[in-house]
Design a protein around this ligand. Structure first.
Ligand code: EPU
Length: 435
């Protein structure tokens, strides 16, 4: 049954909350467990629907996955190394499933993974993944909508720069494929995201030889064997950022524990520009105490360490109630503005042209029913619901469940009045179900 959030807006939020583990680190790391027979244990994994889906995909690939025997723990036992083709029904539900391509190919010599279709963020091709895998000596072809890769990687030079910058999961796929193989692979224009560093650290714990993670040149020396490992997933910088924005938007005082301020340079720089006071309480604790109204500031999304596209809609939510005008330019996913019409339903003033929006901050928003169109759009709508007068209902909350662990519980612990409610979908004309 679908769920919605019912939010009573208008109050300041205060308190302390813990960031969960990173979704975008955990998903490729779960896939990387395929590189070694035996039990790999991941800690600090968030309990999210995407994580559960990845577990299901790994089960179809001969793994026994134990989800959350203790909080945050996922154990992946690779016991049958036969299957090479996860089913389309599962893969089509989540783009990150494509991350099994590299590990499967390297370990099993073959992989057959459906090409992901477009999604609400627009067209999301996999040409860079395919180019990278081909450049390190494997054969790649397309058949009936699948990408089929054959032959263990032998190393080579790969350039992963695309029109929108390097690909994050493309870097993960090529790095995993090259790790268990022969020869040396040099990846230029590799993604520098902290999630890639986390994955590289995991591969090295498994016996791989990866250097340069976090820079645009990665060097991978193939090894003949890898072993299972126990590894910690890094804190989720996007969730932490969203919670800090919640403090600014509600003119509250929120402390986020178990986060890493060093991987949020662009957001913290924007906070300075916007007059949002933040402080680092210790190496893993951040606080935003923002009694006043923020000033609008322009943002342009870019690959790390630039401003992350995944925080574009949450920060745009803050712009909607800030003082002045902001230009928001989306350079990673030019079509990632599906949230704009929903923001307008709450009274936001936004003009959009191609990949750019101009936001004029308003003093007041009015609660209304709105629908999440994707994960981060949903988070932005919830943030707006916290400040809109009256009640805001955010429908299609399953999008938010993909990437924010127990979000309504966390917001509730900060004093927000948020209820999660199941609702029956409306009957449609021609619906044959009994009335
Ligand atoms: N691109 C290509 N060719 C490719 C791959 C990507 O042109 O072969 C383009 C994309 O269309 C896009 C840009 O390159 O314009 C960046 O895409 P990237 O491949 O880096 O995205 P991704 O790896 O599929 C990850 C995150 C996304 C996040 C992006 C950008 C995971 C599981 N997903 O996706 O997370 O937005 O990097 O930082 O790591 C989210 O969490 O809400 C989310 C969408």
């Amino acid at each position: 049954m679908p769920s919605k959030y019912v939010i009573q807006g208008g109050q300041t939020r205060r308190g302390c909350v813990r960031a969960s583990g990173s979704k975008n680190a955990a998903l490729p790391m779960m896939a990387a467990a395929l590189l070694a027979k035996g039990v790999t244990v991941l800690r600090n994994v968030p309990d999210l629907s995407d994580v559960r889906l990845m577990a299901q995909i790994l089960e179809t690939l001969g793994c026994r996955v134990t989800l959350f025997p203790q909080p945050g723990v996922v154990a992946i036992d690779v016991h049958d190394e036969g299957p090479v083709a996860p089913p389309y029904e599962l893969v089509s539900e989540m783009r990150a499933s494509f991350c099994v391509l590299g590990p499967l190919l390297a370990r099993r010599g073959e992989a057959r993974v459906s090409q992901p279709g477009g999604c609400t963020l627009g067209e999301r091709p996999v040409d860079l993944h395919v180019k990278g895998i081909a450049a390190i000596g494997s054969e790649v072809r397309f058949e009936r909508g699948d990408v089929i890769a054959n032959g263990r990687p032998t190393g080579g030079r790969v350039y992963l720069g695309g029109p929108m910058g390097p690909s994050v999961t493309g870097t993960a796929n090529v790095m995993c494929a090259a790790a268990l193989g022969s020869g040396i692979t040099v990846i230029d224009q590799a993604a520098c995201e902290p999630e890639i560093v986390n994955l590289a650290d995991m591969l090295n714990l498994m016996g791989a030889r990866v250097s340069g993670a976090g820079t645009s040149r990665l060097v991978v020396e193939g090894v003949a064997e890898m072993r299972p490992c126990t590894v910690d997933v890094i804190p989720d910088r996007i969730e932490a950022g969203t919670l800090l924005i919640a403090a600014a938007i509600t003119r509250g005082d929120i402390t986020v524990e178990h986060c890493d301020p060093d991987v949020m340079p662009a957001l913290l720089d924007k906070f300075c520009e916007m007059g949002v006071p933040w402080e680092k309480l210790d190496a893993t604790t951040m606080r935003v105490n923002c009694p006043g109204r923020a000033r609008a500031a322009d943002i342009t999304t870019l690959p790390y360490p630039g401003f992350p596209t995944d925080l574009q809609s949450p920060l745009m939510a803050l712009m909607c109630v800030s003082e002045g005008h902001a230009i928001v330019e989306e350079k990673i996913y030019p079509e990632r503005f599906m949230h704009v019409p929903e923001y307008r339903r709450l009274g936001a003033e936004i003009r959009k042209q191609f990949n750019t929006c101009i936001v004029t901050g308003v003093e007041r928003l009015q609660g209304a029913p709105v629908a999440a169109t994707d994960l981060r759009a949903g988070a932005g709508l919830i943030l707006l619901g916290l400040v809109a007068e009256g009640t805001t209902e955010v429908l299609k909350i399953s999008h938010v469940d993909r990437g924010y662990e127990n979000f309504h519980g966390k917001l509730g612990s900060l004093g927000a009045i948020v209820r999660r409610v199941d609702y029956a979908p409306m009957r449609r004309a021609g619906d044959r179900r009994a009335a």
